[in-house]
Design a protein around this ligand. Structure first.
Ligand SMILES: *[C@@H]1O[C@H](CO)[C@@H](O)[C@H](O)[C@H]1NC(C)=O
Ligand SMILES: *[C@@H]1O[C@H](CO)[C@@H](O)[C@H](O)[C@H]1NC(C)=O
Ligand SMILES: *[C@@H]1O[C@H](CO)[C@@H](O)[C@H](O)[C@H]1NC(C)=O
Ligand SMILES: *[C@@H]1O[C@H](CO)[C@@H](O)[C@H](O)[C@H]1NC(C)=O
Ligand SMILES: *[C@@H]1O[C@H](CO)[C@@H](O)[C@H](O)[C@H]1NC(C)=O
Ligand SMILES: *[C@@H]1O[C@H](CO)[C@@H](O)[C@H](O)[C@H]1NC(C)=O
Ligand SMILES: *[C@@H]1O[C@H](CO)[C@@H](O)[C@H](O)[C@H]1NC(C)=O
Ligand SMILES: *[C@@H]1O[C@H](CO)[C@@H](O)[C@H](O)[C@H]1NC(C)=O
Length: 790
C-alpha cells in the first residue's frame, strides 16, 4: 500500500515537471522550465532568430536574450546583470502560480521579472522582446522596458531612463558609460559615476528644451527622438533604410568603450549572416571622457588612440590602463606658507587640454606660469592657454587629452629622477616623440660636454656649494616656520592624551564658543609657542575607539588652504577631543552680521570663492567624497590674513553613521538645510550645494537668511526676497548704499539662486559653481528656486 502511494506521488511529480503546457506553439505556458545544460536551454522566437534562456559565460551561466546565427550569438539583454553567474544546476521556471523564477539551488531563488500580477503565459517575440501576458492577453512585463546596453528595432528608451554599457562583449555586468534620456529632452553620454553636468558629458543630441522627448529605434533602423505630447518625430539622429525588410534587424548598443553604435543584421539565408555598422557617435576615442583613467591622457599613435601617463606618474596597473596613473614621487608637504620647499622640476608639454576647473587663474607669461607652479606647493600642473591665462591645478586630472588644435602649454611638476617612488613592475619606458623635455640636468650636461673638465669641476663646486647653502637655509626656514620641533607636522596627525590637552587648555578655562558638536577652548602647545583650538565633542554616536582613529585619519589626510587644519585628537575612554589650528579672526558670521567693519564687495567675492573651493575639494578631490552637512557662516573661520577656512568637515559621520537619516533633531541650523532633509530623502553632495547657496546670498547681502527685525514681512526670508528683486531686475535694492559693479553682483546672485533650487538635480556641482564664480562658464537665468514644489 505504502509503495503504491509512493509510486503515485512520483508519477505526480513527473507529471508536474512535464506539464509544460505549450498549447500555442509560440507561447510558453505555466510550469515550463529551462536548464543550463539539459534540454531545453532556451525558448525560441517563432522565426528562430531570438532566444531567451541560459547562455554560457565563462565557467557559469546567465539568463538573457540573444540574437542567433550560425556564426555568432549576440546578447541583447541580460537579467540581473550584476548578479553572480549561476551554476549548471540552476533552473529557470515559469511557475504554476505565474512567476518567472530563477532557482539557483534548492533553497535560493530570484525573480527575473518583478510584477504584482501573475502571468498566464509568456512569449519570445520576433522583435527580440520577451513578454509576460496575463489571462486577458495584456502585457504585464516585457524585457524591452528594462534595457541594459541595447535597443532593438521597435524599442524605446523612455524619459529618465538610461542604457549602461557592459564591461566587455563577454562580461555583461555594468561597465563604465551611460546614455541618459534626460528629462530636459537631451540625450547625453556620460562616464558612469559622474553627475549630470556638461563638464562630464562627451556627446549630446543637443535637443534640450521644452519638449518631453524619448528615444526610439524603429523597425527600419531610424533612430529618432519622439515628442511625448504629440507622438511626432522631433529629431532624427539616423535616417535608417527607406524600405521595410523583414529579414533585417537593427540594433543600437552603448558599447564597452563608450560609443553609441547602430548596427544592421541581415538574416537572409541566401546571403551570409551579415552585420554592418551604420552609425556611430562620437567620432573619435579621445573625446570619450574617461576612456583614459585619472592622470593619464589620450593621444593618437599611428591613428590608434592610446592612454599615456602624465609626466611624473606611472600606471596604477599596467594590465588595466583605464584605471589611470598615480604620482611616482612623494607628495609635497604644504607648510603654513604654502610655498614649495622641496626640489622639484617642471616638464612642459604642448597641445594639452582638459576640462577640470583650476583652483587659480591669472594672466601670465610662459616663464611666470611655470615658475608660479613650481613655487606653489598646492600646484601639480599649470596650463597656459592660448589667451595667456595660467590655470593652476591639483591632481588628479580627469579627461586629459592631447589635442593638436589646442595651442596651450602644460607645465607638470615632477620629482627629480631617483627620488624614492613607488615601483610599478614591468614599466616599459614610453616613447613620447612630441614631448619637449627641458630639464636643468640637461643644461648642465651640455655645459659639461662643451666646456671640458676644468669647467666641470668649477661648476660642480659651485652647484654643491649652492645646494649646501640652500639646504641649510631651508632647514633653518623650516624651523622658523614651525616654531616648535616637538609638534611634528610632517607626521600628519598626532594623538594626544587627555591630560596633555587639559594642561594645554589650562583646565578648559577659556571657551571660544559653542558649536553644534560641543564647546571649543583656546589652548597652547609647546610651552605657549603654538596656539590651538581644542574642541570637546559631545553626543558622539560612534563610540568605538578604532573607528574614531580611522575617521580621524581620513580627516587628517585632507589638506587644502581653505580648510581648517586638524592637528591632532584625543580618544580616551568616552572622551573625544580634536585639536585644530587656531583661527584668530573669528567666524564669517561675526564678520558679516556683527562686525563694525563690513567687508567690501571685492573681499566678499574673494571669500565666496575661497569657500566654494574648499567645498569642491571635500566633494571632488579627497580620497572619498566628504559631505559636510552643516555649511553655514558660523562654520567658516577667518585666519590671520582673513582667508576663509571651512571647519567641522568630516564630523557629520561621527554623529550620524547612516548619512541617509535625517538629523534635524541634532542640528539646529534650519535656515541652511536643503529641502531633502525635511522630506527625509537621502542627502547627497547637492545638500552642501544648497547650504552654500544660502550662505552665498548672505555674503552678498550681508544679512542672515532669516531676519525677523525687518520693515516688511516679505523681507524675512532672504532667498525669496532675493528672487523677487532678481525677477523685478532691481538687484541694487539688495545692497543699499553700496557701489557695486552690476555684472559682478548679478553673477553671484545667479549662482546663489541655482544652488538653492528645491530639486537637487537642478543644483550645479561645486565644480560648476567654482567655474561660474570664476567666470569660466556662462550662467543661465535661474528658475524660481521653489517652482517644483508649487
Ligand atoms: C547560439 O545559441 C544556440 C542556442 O543556444 C546554440 O545552439 C549555438 O551553439 C550558439 N552559437 C554560437 C556560435 O555560440
Ligand atoms: C512582436 O514582434 C512583431 C514582429 O517583429 C512586432 O511587430 C510586434 O510589435 C512585437 N510585439 C511586441 C509587444 O513587442
Ligand atoms: C565582470 O566584471 C565585473 C566587474 O569588473 C566583475 O566583478 C565580474 O567578476 C566579471 N564577471 C565575469 C564573469 O568575468
Ligand atoms: C541624471 O539624470 C537622470 C535622469 O535624467 C537621473 O535618473 C539620474 O539620477 C541623474 N544622475 C545624477 C548623478 O544626478
Ligand atoms: C512637443 O509637442 C508639443 C505639443 O504639440 C509642442 O508644444 C512642443 O513644442 C513640442 N516640443 C518639441 C521639442 O518639439
Ligand atoms: C521609421 O522612421 C523613419 C523616420 O522617421 C520613417 O521615415 C519610417 O517610415 C519609419 N519606419 C516605420 C516602419 O515606421
Ligand atoms: C532584404 O534584405 C536582403 C539581404 O540584405 C536582400 O537580399 C533582400 O532583397 C531584401 N528584400 C527586400 C524586399 O528588399
Ligand atoms: C616617474 O615617471 C616619469 C615619467 O612619467 C619617469 O621619467 C620617471 O623616471 C619616473 N620616476 C620614477 C622614480 O619611477
Amino acid at each position: 500500500m505504502a509503495s503504491k502511494y509512493a509510486l503515485f506521488l512520483l508519477l505526480l511529480v513527473l507529471y508536474r515537471s512535464a506539464s509544460c503546457d505549450r498549447e500555442h506553439p509560440n507561447s510558453i505556458g505555466l510550469g515550463c522550465s529551462l536548464f543550463p545544460t539539459k534540454h531545453p536551454t532556451s525558448w525560441l522566437s517563432p522565426s528562430g532568430h531570438f532566444a531567451f534562456g541560459f547562455y554560457q559565460n565563462g565557467n557559469g551561466f546567465s539568463v538573457g536574450i540573444w540574437m542567433m546565427s550560425e556564426a555568432e550569438n549576440t546578447t541583447t539583454w541580460t537579467a540581473n546583470r550584476d548578479d553572480q553567474l549561476v551554476s549548471s544546476t540552476a533552473i529557470l521556471e515559469l511557475t504554476p502560480d505565474g512567476k518567472l523564477l530563477l532557482r539557483t539551488d534548492s533553497r535560493n531563488s530570484k525573480l527575473i521579472a518583478s510584477v504584482s500580477e501573475s502571468a498566464s503565459y509568456a512569449a519570445m517575440n520576433d522583435s527580440g522582446n520577451f513578454i509576460l501576458y496575463n489571462k486577458d492577453h495584456r502585457i504585464i512585463w516585457d524585457s524591452f522596458s528594462f534595457p541594459t546596453d541595447t535597443l532593438m528595432g521597435g524599442q524605446s528608451l523612455s524619459r529618465g531612463a538610461a542604457l549602461f554599457s557592459s564591461v566587455s562583449t563577454t562580461n555583461r555586468s555594468t561597465g563604465r558609460f551611460r546614455l541618459e534620456m534626460q528629462y530636459d529632452g537631451n540625450l547625453v553620454l556620460y562616464p558612469i559615476h559622474t553627475l549630470n553636468t556638461s563638464l562630464d558629458a562627451y556627446w549630446a543630441s543637443n535637443t534640450w528644451g521644452n519638449g518631453h522627448l524619448y528615444l526610439h529605434l524603429n523597425s527600419t533602423g531610424a533612430l529618432v527622438l519622439i515628442n511625448n505630447t504629440d507622438s511626432r518625430v522631433s529629431n532624427t539622429l539616423y535616417d535608417g533604410s527607406s524600405v521595410f525588410n523583414k529579414s533585417i534587424t537593427y540594433r543600437v548598443v552603448l558599447d564597452s568603450n563608450g560609443f553609441l553604435r547602430l548596427y544592421s543584421h541581415s538574416f537572409d539565408h541566401t546571403y551570409e549572416y551579415k552585420t554592418s555598422l551604420e552609425w556611430s557617435e562620437p567620432d573619435d576615442k579621445c573625446t570619450v571622457k574617461s576612456f583614459c583613467g585619472f592622470n593619464s591622457y589620450c593621444t593618437f599613435d599611428d591613428y590608434q588612440p592610446v592612454c599615456r601617463c602624465l609626466p611624473g606618474t606611472n600606471f596604477v596597473d599596467m594590465d588595466e590602463k583605464s584605471r589611470g596613473c598615480e604620482r611616482n614621487f612623494t607628495e609635497e608637504w604644504c607648510g603654513d606658507s604654502g610655498r614649495s620647499v622641496s626640489s622639484r622640476n617642471i616638464v612642459p608639454m604642448e597641445n594639452m587640454a582638459w576640462d577640470d576647473p583650476p583652483y587659480s587663474l591669472a594672466e601670465m607669461r610662459e616663464d611666470d606660469c611655470s615658475k608660479s607652479c613650481l613655487e606653489d606647493c598646492y600646484c601639480d600642473v599649470a596650463l597656459l592657454d592660448s589667451d595667456g591665462y595660467c590655470k593652476k591645478q591639483k591632481l588628479p586630472l580627469n579627461y586629459a587629452r592631447r589635442d593638436p588644435q589646442a595651442s596651450s602649454t602644460a607645465f607638470f611638476k615632477v620629482g627629480f629622477e631617483g627620488v624614492k617612488g613607488k615601483q610599478t613592475g614591468g614599466t616599459t619606458p614610453e616613447k613620447r616623440p612630441t614631448v619637449i623635455i627641458r630639464t636643468k640636468d640637461a643644461t648642465v650636461l651640455l655645459l659639461v660636454v662643451t666646456l671640458g673638465l676644468v669647467m666641470w669641476s668649477f661648476i660642480a663646486l659651485a652647484i654643491s656649494g649652492f645646494f649646501a647653502f640652500k639646504l641649510r637655509f631651508l632647514e633653518y626656514r623650516k624651523l622658523l616656520d614651525r616654531g616648535d620641533i616637538g609638534l611634528s607636522e610632517e607626521l600628519a596627525l598626532r594623538s594626544f592624551s587627555y591630560k596633555e590637552l587639559k594642561r594645554a587648555t589650562n583646565g578648559f578655562k577659556e571657551e571660544l564658543g559653542k558649536g553644534s558638536f560641543g564647546a571649543v577652548y583656546k589652548g597652547s602647545l609647546s610651552r605657549g609657542k603654538r596656539i590651538v583650538a581644542v574642541k570637546r565633542l559631545e553626543k558622539v554616536i560612534n563610540e568605538g575607539e578604532r573607528e574614531f582613529h580611522a575617521e580621524m585619519r581620513v580627516i587628517g589626510r585632507t589638506h587644502h588652504k581653505n580648510l581648517v587644519r586638524l592637528l591632532g585628537y584625543c580618544a580616551e575612554g568616552s572622551k573625544r577631543l580634536l585639536v585644530y589650528e587656531f583661527m584668530s579672526n573669528g567666524s564669517l558670521a561675526d564678520l558679516l552680521f556683527r562686525s563694525q567693519r563690513r567687508p567690501d564687495w571685492n573681499e566678499r567675492v574673494r571669500i565666496a570663492l575661497e569657500i566654494a573651493k574648499g567645498i569642491l575639494y571635500l566633494h571632488d578631490e579627497c580620497d572619498a567624497p566628504i559631505i559636510h552637512c552643516d555649511i553655514k557662516p558660523q562654520n567658516i573661520l577667518m585666519d590671520d590674513f582673513w582667508t576663509a577656512k571651512i571647519s567641522d568637515f568630516g564630523l557629520a559621520k561621527l554623529l550620524m553613521p547612516d548619512q541617509t537619516r535625517t538629523f534635524t533633531g541634532i542640528r539646529g541650523t534650519r535656515g541652511y538645510m536643503a529641502p531633502e532633509w525635511q522630506k527625509n530623502n537621502p542627502i547627497s553632495l547637492k545638500t552642501d550645494v544648497y547650504s552654500y547657496g544660502i550662505m552665498l546670498l548672505e555674503i552678498v547681502c550681508c544679512r542672515r537668511s532669516m531676519e525677523v527685525n525687518v520693515q516688511r514681512p516679505e523681507e524675512i526670508v532672504l532667498s525669496s526676497w532675493v528672487y523677487r528683486h532678481f525677477e523685478a531686475r532691481e538687484l541694487e535694492k539688495l545692497v543699499w548704499g553700496e557701489e557695486i559693479e552690476k555684472q559682478s553682483l548679478e553673477k553671484l546672485i545667479k549662482v546663489g539662486l541655482w544652488c538653492i533650487q528645491d530639486e537637487p538635480a537642478l543644483r550645479p556641482s561645486m565644480k560648476c559653481v567654482v567655474m561660474m564664480l570664476e567666470g569660466i562658464t556662462d550662467i543661465a537665468v535661474p528658475p524660481c528656486p521653489t517652482a517644483s514644489s508649487l
